[in-house]
Design a protein around this ligand. Structure first.
Ligand SMILES: NC(=O)c1ccc[n+]([C@@H]2O[C@H](COP(=O)([O-])OP(=O)(O)OC[C@H]3O[C@@H](n4cnc5c(N)ncnc54)[C@H](OP(=O)(O)O)[C@@H]3O)[C@@H](O)[C@H]2O)c1
Length: 321
C-alpha cells in the first residue's frame, strides 16, 4: 500500500480511504474482465480499500456485482478483511411492485441477491440508494437495521437523501441501535446540491460521514473534453452524460478551471478531487475510471497543497461566470 490517507467516517470507528473506487460504469458485461481486474488491482495497490457497488450497476443490472465477485475470487481472496465493500438498493432492479424503492420486502431481497452475485456472506456497508417518499422511513431504516442484525451488513448508509429526510433517517437508526455510518450524495464543482441544501451539515451534525460521488462530474472536470469529445469516452457511451451537454460555454469554463489547476501544478482531475475533499466533513471522494492510469492521476490529488483563499475565490469566480 502507498501514501493513501484514511479519514474517519463521522463519529464511527471506520476509516475510509480519501479516494474510493466506484463500479457504476466500466464494470458491466459490455467491458472485458481483464480491464476490470486491472482497475481494481491498480486501486488496491494505491491504497484504495473501498469499492462501491449497487444492485443495478451494469449493464445489465447486476453484472458489475457479478464481475466484482469474480475479481474477489481471482485477486483478493486473502484480502477480504482489508476491504470495504458497499452495495445499495433503491432503483429499479426487477419487474413488479417489489423491485425498487424502499420497502422491507425489496431492500432485503435485493441484498440477498447482491450477496449471491458477489459470492460473499456480508457487505461492509448497505445503502438505501434513494429516499422513498411513499414508504414510511421507519420501514426502510428497519430493513437496514435488519440487514446488520442478521449479519448481512456491518454498517448502513443512505444515498441521495435531502437534508430533512437525512436527519429523520439518522434519528430512527440511532434509536434502533444501528447508527447511520454515511451519506452518499453527488458533489463536484458543477453540482453543489448537498452544500446548498444542507445535507453536508445535517450529516456532520448527526455524526455521519459523507462520501461524495462523481467528484469529476463524470469526466467533465478533467482534461478529457478540453478539445472535443474523444471516441469511447463516457459522453459517447454513457446514458447519463450526453455529448450535447458539453456546450462551448461549459468547455470554456472547464478550460479556465484547467488553467487554475495548471498554476497549482496539478491536473484538472486532481484539482477537482482536492476541491471536493477540502472540507473536513467529506470522508471520501468516490471516483470512477475506465483506465488504470486515471486512478493513478486521481490519487495524485492527495499530494496537492491545501487551497489558499485566493485560489478558492478564483475557482468560485470561474464557476459563477
Ligand atoms: N449513489 C448514487 O446514486 C450514485 C450515482 C452515481 C455514481 N455513484 C458512485 O460514484 C462512483 C463514481 O461516479 P462517476 O463514475 O460518475 O465519477 P467521476 O469520478 O466523476 O467520473 C468518472 C469518469 O471520469 C473520467 N476520469 C476519471 N479519472 C480521470 C482522469 N484522471 N483523467 C481524465 N478522465 C478521468 C473517466 O471517464 P471515461 O470513462 O470517459 O474515461 C471516468 O469513467 C460510481 O462508480 C458509483 O460507485 C453513486
Amino acid at each position: 500500500m502507498t501514501s493513501m490517507t484514511y479519514r474517519r467516517s463521522g463519529r464511527s470507528g471506520l476509516l475510509l480511504p480519501a479516494l474510493s473506487l466506484g463500479l457504476w460504469h466500466n464494470f458491466g458485461d459490455d467491458h472485458k474482465l481483464t480491464n476490470k481486474r486491472l482497475l481494481c488491482r491498480k486501486a488496491w495497490d494505491l491504497g484504495i480499500t473501498h469499492f462501491d457497488l449497487a444492485n443495478n450497476y451494469g449493464p445489465p443490472a447486476g453484472s458489475a456485482e457479478e464481475a466484482f465477485g469474480k475479481i474477489l475470487k481471482l485477486d483478493f481472496k486473502s484480502h477480504r478483511d482489508q476491504m470495504i465493500i458497499s452495495t445499495k438498493a433503491g432503483y429499479h432492479m426487477w419487474d413488479g411492485p417489489y423491485g425498487e424503492w424502499g420497502s422491507r420486502k425489496y431492500m432485503l431481497s435485493s441484498l440477498d441477491q447482491s450477496l449471491k452475485r458477489m459470492g460473499i456472506p456480508y457487505v461492509d456497508i448497505f445503502y438505501s440508494h434513494r429516499f422513498d417518499p411513499n414508504t414510511p422511513l421507519e420501514e426502510t431504516m428497519g430493513a437496514l437495521d435488519a440487514a446488520v442484525r442478521s449479519g448481512r451488513a456491518l454498517y448502513v448508509g443512505i444515498s441521495n437523501y435531502p437534508a430533512a429526510s437525512l436527519r429523520e433517517a439518522a434519528r430512527i437508526l440511532k434509536e434502533m441501535g444501528t447508527p447511520c455510518l454515511i451519506h452518499q450524495p453527488r458533489y463536484n464543482m458543477l453540482q453543489r446540491e448537498p452544500e446548498i441544501g444542507g445535507a453536508f451539515e445535517a450529516a456532520d451534525t448527526a455524526g455521519m460521514g459523507t462520501i461524495v460521488f462523481s467528484p469529476l462530474g463524470q469526466g467533465l472536470l478533467t482534461n478529457k473534453y478540453l478539445s472535443g469529445i474523444p471516441k469511447g469516452s463516457r459522453a459517447t457511451t454513457g446514458k447519463f452524460l450526453k455529448a450535447e451537454q458539453i456546450e462551448p460555454q461549459l468547455v470554456a469554463k472547464i478550460k479556465r478551471l484547467n488553467a487554475i489547476a495548471e498554476a497549482r501544478g496539478q491536473t484538472l482531475a486532481q484539482m477537482a478531487i482536492a476541491w471536493a475533499l477540502r472540507e473536513k466533513w467529506i470522508t471520501s471522494a468516490l471516483i470512477g475510471a475506465s483506465r488504470p492510469e486515471q486512478i493513478e492521476d486521481c490519487v495524485g490529488a492527495l499530494k496537492a497543497p491545501a487551497f489558499n483563499h485566493t485560489e478558492l475565490a478564483q475557482i468560485e469566480k470561474e464557476l459563477a461566470s
